[in-house]
Ligand binder design. Structure first.
Ligand code: ADP
Length: 216
């Protein structure tokens, strides 16, 4: 099964994708994570993406479609994937259809996480992760049990994404509204979209996704 998780920045796509990975053996393909890795490794893609990402703007369509195609080529035909943060424009949605068809795959479902935008700004600007194991935390909603020490691995190093500042988050939201939200009708017409309330607890959201996918 190949699915898309769609929703604005901070809607919880990454969190829900990791759950689907852990519980159902699907593979999360996050263009954001792949681009961050490219930036860190200073690859040609990373060098192109860095300043755009820091400003909250989108990376060119052909760059992200290229990395998604390459990644799918590494996978077996039975490995289900969750697209997280891709497609983000109408052009990317068209590319995804071509990329999937060329590999004998097809899109099974698009899950739209519906969320309140103001709450998202608070979610994003307060979030941080363990620098070692990647566990996610939040200034207000999920502090480590012992101040400054990761609950999972005991590390004392934490990091924040450079694009998680209020100003950049506002730009990212604007990009979502202008370029990404308009692709929903394309999938609605194909009857692929299921809407899930993204404002509940992590468990409630994940239960709702499971129900949609009937994976239980
Ligand atoms: P979020 O959904 O929280 O904004 P992501 O980690 O998905 O964060 O993406 C971070 C940044 O990476 C985006 O603001 C954009 O610059 C770039 N990016 C990620 N995916 C895409 C994509 N499909 N198309 C263009 N740019 C992308």
């Amino acid at each position: 099964m190949d699915i898309i998780l769609l929703g604005p920045p901070g809607a919880g796509k990454g969190t829900q994708a990791s759950r689907l990975e852990d519980e159902h053996g699907m593979l999360q393909l996050s263009t954001g994570d792949m681009l961050r890795a490219a930036v860190k490794a200073e690859t040609p893609v990373g060098l192109k993406a860095k300043s755009l990402m820091e400003a909250g703007e989108l990376v060119p369509d052909e760059v992200v479609s290229g990395i998604i195609g390459d990644k799918l080529d590494e996978l077996g035909p039975d490995q289900g994937v969750i697209f997280d943060g891709y497609p983000r424009t109408a052009a990317q949605a068209v590319s995804l259809d071509e990329i999937l068809a060329a590999r004998g795959r097809k899109l099974d479902r698009v899950i739209e996480l519906e969320v309140d935008e103001e709450a998202l700004v608070e979610r994003i600007t307060g979030r941080f992760t363990c620098g070692k194991c990647g566990e996610g935390y939040h200034d207000k909603f999920k502090q480590p049990a012992k101040d400054g020490i990761c609950d999972v691995c005991g590390s004392e190093e934490f990091k924040r994404r450079p694009d998680d500042t209020e100003e950049t988050v506002r730009t990212r939201m604007q990009e979502y509204r202008a370029k990404t939200a308009p692709i929903l009708p394309i999938y609605e017409e194909r009857q692929l979209v299921s809407k899930v309330d993204g404002m509940g607890s992590m468990q409630a959201v994940s239960d709702a996704i499971e129900a949609v996918l009937a994976l239980d």
